[in-house]
Design a binder for this molecule. Structure first.
Ligand SMILES: C[S@@+](CC[C@H](N)C(=O)[O-])C[C@H]1O[C@@H](n2cnc3c(N)ncnc32)[C@H](O)[C@@H]1O
Length: 227
């Protein structure tokens, strides 16, 4: 059984949301933010993961980068794409990003854009969407016994959200796994709360090889640690 089918059995009771998706109805739009950052493909190359989790997907730019790498390496792996697809506070506060949520009957249709994008790129066999908030998604994965090899955190960008996501998801990362955090800027000129939350978390959490470049950080969980 493929890893993707195993994940579908665990998360979707054996159903495949991609198979049910009406691909001809929704348009594609590959807009993203720093979605092809080198750390994303590097983590796949180094860890050769079975399970990749992204929390904070939007239209799927960074999911596509990681899924394409799984495909290029012919790995039996999957990206579990977690998002409410309702946007974060910064999207609701900015009129341009608010429009990007693609309202249909007063409700965002970002999820449909994400799915259309994955199919357009031929990556549907390497992704499983999980349309939940970070907290509920974590409970489901934990309950289903799914551990994570590569984790990309790119959801809420306020201090508390970032800290909560790190505290919640780090224990699910396997020893030796890689976490990538988005919008980490050491100088704190952009997204200062993100860097503050990440620095505070790793000041008190054992880890190795923390580095940062071009608005993302990359950190490895020590082999043999559970927290
Ligand atoms: C900056 S965007 C992600 C960008 C994406 N990784 C890319 O490459 O384009 C942040 C996303 O996080 C989602 N989000 C924010 N808070 C969340 C939460 N608590 N749970 C799940 N998704 C959340 C929003 O809906 C939004 O789609």
């Amino acid at each position: 059984m493929s890893v993707r089918q195993w994940v579908l059995d665990k998360l979707w009771h054996g159903n495949d949301p991609v198979a049910a998706f009406p691909r001809h109805i929704y348009g594609v739009d590959h807009q993203g933010w720093n979605s092809d950052h080198g750390y994303l493909a590097e983590a796949i190359d180094v860890v050769r993961p079975r399970i990749v989790v992204e929390v904070g997907v939007w239209k799927g730019g960074s999911v596509a980068t990681m899924a394409a790498r799984l495909k290029a390496l012919a790995l039996d792996g999957v990206v579990i794409a977690i998002d409410t697809w309702l946007g974060a506070s910064d999207h609701w506060l900015n009129p341009g990003f608010h429009a990007e949520l693609r309202f249909r009957d007063g409700y965002p249709s970002l999820y449909h854009c994400f799915m259309a994008n994955m199919i357009d790129k031929g990556l549907e066999d390497y992704i499983v969407p999980l349309p939940l908030d970070s907290v509920n998604a974590l409970v489901v994965l934990k309950e289903r016994g799914i551990e994570v090899d590569v984790l990309h955190i790119d959801a809420g960008h306020d201090y508390q959200s970032v800290k909560n996501d790190l505290k919640a998801w780090w224990p699910l990362l396997r020893p030796g796994g890689v976490l990538i955090g988005d919008d980490y800027h050491r100088d704190r000129l952009h997204w200062p709360e993100v860097a503050a939350a990440i620095d505070d978390f790793f000041a008190e959490t054992p880890h190795e090889s923390f580095r940062a470049d071009w608005g993302k950080c990359y950190v490895r969980k020590l082999a043999g640690t559970l927290s």
